[in-house]
Design a protein around this ligand. Structure first.
Ligand SMILES: [Zn+2]
Length: 214
């Protein structure tokens, strides 16, 4: 499902250095390992905002991602619209996922991304209360649609990209967790193939890639 609102820079983003790669809606047993191979090849570290429900299903993929030096972020348990959720539900979505991630990696997540970029002050404050800083994004690949890798890369890179940008791509499909009438597109091979195209372009332009572990 489309992340509709550009959340823009956050206090977290202000502290970062370099373009920040983030992947939402995983883990996926198919796409996440393929992506990790590319990222490893380039020595690029990213943040994977996982859904608790998928992480529970594929803990070994989360562990693999973490042991390769990537950050595991919290993308709620099953991807609700938090702006439409009551306080106990919001806390449960975040904390349940925190506990699961910590049980898999041994590390409590520090960062959270709101599904659909749908949030308000209450969401930010409740996240903070369970130890999570919210992270927005500034570049997206529209990869929830059936697009060629080149198109995804162009979408991310158009109008120039700078070291303050946060890229969001998707290594899973959270739509299947909800009862949407229309699931746009579930495959993510184009995202996997677009990632090296984007990194090549950044490297060619001497743009540093952020390491979320730093
Ligand atoms: Zn999402």
């Amino acid at each position: 499902m489309m992340e509709q609102v550009i959340a823009g820079k956050t206090s977290v983003a202000a502290k970062m250095r370099g373009v920040w790669f983030t992947f939402d809606d995983g883990p996926s047993p198919e796409y996440t390992p393929a992506l990790l191979s590319y990222l490893d090849g380039y020595g690029v570290k990213a943040t994977f905002f996982v859904c608790g429900k998928f992480a529970e299903q594929y803990p070994e993929i989360v562990r693999l991602t973490f042991t390769k030096g990537h950050e595991i972020g919290n993308h709620t348990w099953d991807h609700p619209d938090l702006k439409l959720s009551e306080e106990p539900e919001i806390i449960d979505q975040l904390e349940r996922t925190n506990v699961l991630i910590e049980s898999i990696t041994g590390m409590r997540p520090r960062h959270f991304r709101a599904p659909y970029s749908s949030y308000n002050k209450q969401v930010i404050q409740l996240a903070k209360a369970v130890g999570l800083d919210m992270v927005g994004w500034t570049r997206m690949g529209m990869d929830w649609e059936d697009r060629a890798p080149k198109n995804i890369a162009e979408c991310v890179l158009e109008k120039g990209i700078s070291e303050n940008d946060i890229i969001v791509l998707h290594d899973g499909c959270a739509d299947i967790l909800n009862s949407f009438d229309r699931i746009l597109y579930t495959k993510r091979w184009s995202t996997v193939s677009a990632t090296p195209l984007i990194i090549d372009k950044l490297n060619a332009n001497g743009i540093i890639v952020h390491n979320p572990g730093m």
